[in-house]
Design a protein around this ligand. Sequence first.
Ligand SMILES: Nc1ncnc2c1ncn2[C@@H]1O[C@H](COP(=O)(O)OP(=O)(O)OP(=O)(O)O)[C@@H](O)[C@H]1O
Ligand SMILES: O=C(O)C1=C[C@@H](O)[C@@H](O)[C@H](O)C1
Ligand SMILES: [Mg+2]
Length: 186
Amino acid sequence: MNNLLQGVNVYLIGMMGVGKTTVGRLLAQELGYGFVDTDDVIVKAAGKSINEIFDQNGEGVFRQLESDVLGQVCAFTKLTIATGGGIVQRQENWSYLHHGLIVWLDVPVEILLQRLAEDTTRPLLKDNDPLGKLRSLLETRTPFYSQADLHITITAEETPEQTTAKIIAAIPSVLKSHEWKVTGDS
Ligand SMILES: Nc1ncnc2c1ncn2[C@@H]1O[C@H](COP(=O)(O)OP(=O)(O)OP(=O)(O)O)[C@@H](O)[C@H]1O
Ligand SMILES: O=C(O)C1=C[C@@H](O)[C@@H](O)[C@H](O)C1
Ligand SMILES: [Mg+2]
């Protein structure tokens, strides 16, 4: 698989809680790739949590940091990159994402809510109606997520390991048709 990808980066996109960070780590191991999480890089660079950035600086500042980080990581190869859920909403980010293979992880919002029920680290979920908020974010973002090269739907019972295996099995189907033409043969 690593040979097939020839170092092309893999970007995981999708809603908060779909498992981009969890699956991204596993996928990187399987591919023999490095792993980068744009949220983690932002937190380390800013020296504060995502909640603190949203509260003290505003979402706009977070989104600019996100674009800056993405612009920097896309200069590297052999990376699996877990992105933030809202990265797809800025047009300029797509010019970076399209350097690599883009995988949309898609989980029903009811499952996302269960997974994140006890989690207070997602500022956009601090809402009186978190399920409604997830639905509305998904509606806004679906046209963007749909631009991914691969759409991986994940069921409630599926483990991160199974999702990782599904992605690896699906990658060859997109490589030959993609502009990197990494396979070289017919
Ligand atoms: N397949 C799975 N089954 C059950 N729980 C999962 C699965 N994948 C991830 N989780 C759990 O769901 C939560 C969110 O996962 P994770 O942080 O990987 O999502 P994310 O897509 O990176 O979210 P964000 O966009 O907010 O960074 C974590 O507690 C994780 O352990
Ligand atoms: O869906 C979103 O907009 C977000 C998802 C997380 O990954 C973080 O990037 C942040 O909490 C915002
Ligand atoms: Mg994450």
